[in-house]
Every structure is written in structure tokens, then in C-alpha cells.
Design a protein around this ligand. Structure first.
Ligand SMILES: C[S@@+](CC[C@H](N)C(=O)[O-])C[C@H]1O[C@@H](n2cnc3c(N)ncnc32)[C@H](O)[C@@H]1O
Length: 151
């Protein structure tokens, strides 16, 4: 019983923190959402997304982009824009609310020699006006799931 209480006491603040962050990421103000995402990228929480080379989605993207312009909403730290076959698109715009993720994406894109085709923008896609593109795409971006009516 004593052990259970200790575990509970220890876990509760962490759980509350996680729940609060989740809530703020869904409906908090833009600047707070940006800070939370930045912190998560900084902590390494999303490092596992750095390599998604064999993702099935790239096949679809290639087909639908048809050598056109891709808008990636919630692009993260640059996996899609650098893993997608170079010849499957003519231009790629990655938008993300996290400045840290965007800086990483820019660096990665430069390292891969894609800086002429790829551009990255820090921004909240929920407040974005339109951008010209052949296909808009969003993968694993909670903003799409929770507030689709805003898009
Ligand atoms: C789970 S990550 C997915 C990253 C990338 N799409 C991928 O598949 O690896 C979700 C991304 O959406 C971004 N994001 C969340 N809400 C956003 C918003 N309102 N506007 C722009 N980006 C947002 C986060 O910063 C994060 O980079």
C-alpha cells in the first residue's frame, strides 16, 4: 500500500503535466503551443521521426504531387522534405509552429542539397491564409485532427 502511494505521488504531477500540455497543444494560444512543441523537440521526444525513409506515404505524395508544389503542414524537423524522392516534386514548402523544428529542417535540407527546392516557414497553420500548391499534406500533426474546421 505504501509503495502504491509513493508511485502514485510520484506519477501524478508528471501525468498532470502531460495532460495539461496535451490540452494546451489542442486549444491553447498559438505562442504556448509553439513553446510546448519547441520543448518537446528539444527534449528528443520526436527524434524517432528523423528517419522515416520507407514510409508508404511517400509513394502517394509522389503520385499526387505529380512534379508540382507540395505544402507540408506541420513538417517537423525535415524528414518528408528530404526523404521524398528528389525528382517527385518541383517545390516544397514546409510550415511548422516550432522554430526549433524548422531550423533543423532547414539545416537538413541544406545538407541534402535541397535548399533550392525546399523552403521552411515558422507559422501556425491554423492561422495561415492560403498558399499556392499542387498538394497539401499533413502527417501526424495534431492540429489537423483536433481543429479540422479551422482549415
Ligand atoms: C508529430 S509531429 C509530425 C512531424 C512530421 N509531419 C512527420 O511526419 O514527421 C507534428 C508536427 O506538427 C507541428 N504542429 C503542431 N501544431 C501545429 C500548427 N498549429 N501549425 C503548424 N505546425 C504545427 C509540430 O510542431 C510538429 O512538428
Amino acid at each position: 500500500m505504501e509503495v502504491d502511494k509513493k508511485v502514485f505521488d510520484h506519477l501524478l504531477p508528471e501525468r498532470l503535466k502531460t495532460a495539461l500540455c496535451g490540452l494546451l497543444k489542442r486549444c491553447g494560444p498559438s505562442f504556448l503551443r509553439a513553446r510546448i512543441w519547441d520543448r518537446e523537440f528539444d527534449s528528443g521526444q520526436w527524434d524517432y521521426l528523423d528517419s522515416t525513409k520507407d514510409d508508404y506515404i511517400y509513394g502517394y505524395l509522389k503520385n499526387y504531387a505529380a512534379d508540382g508544389r507540395i505544402l507540408d503542414m506541420g513538417c517537423g524537423s525535415g524528414n518528408t522534405g528530404t526523404e521524398l524522392a528528389y525528382d517527385s516534386y518541383s517545390a516544397y514548402d514546409g510550415v511548422d509552429i516550432s522554430t526549433l523544428a524548422v531550423r533543423r529542417a532547414e539545416k537538413r535540407s541544406e545538407m541534402e542539397g535541397r535548399q533550392r527546392k525546399n523552403q521552411y516557414i515558422v507559422g501556425d497553420i491554423l492561422t495561415f491564409t492560403t498558399m499556392r500548391c499542387t498538394i497539401s499534406y499533413s502527417f501526424e500533426s495534431p492540429c489537423i485532427i483536433f481543429q479540422p474546421e479551422k482549415l
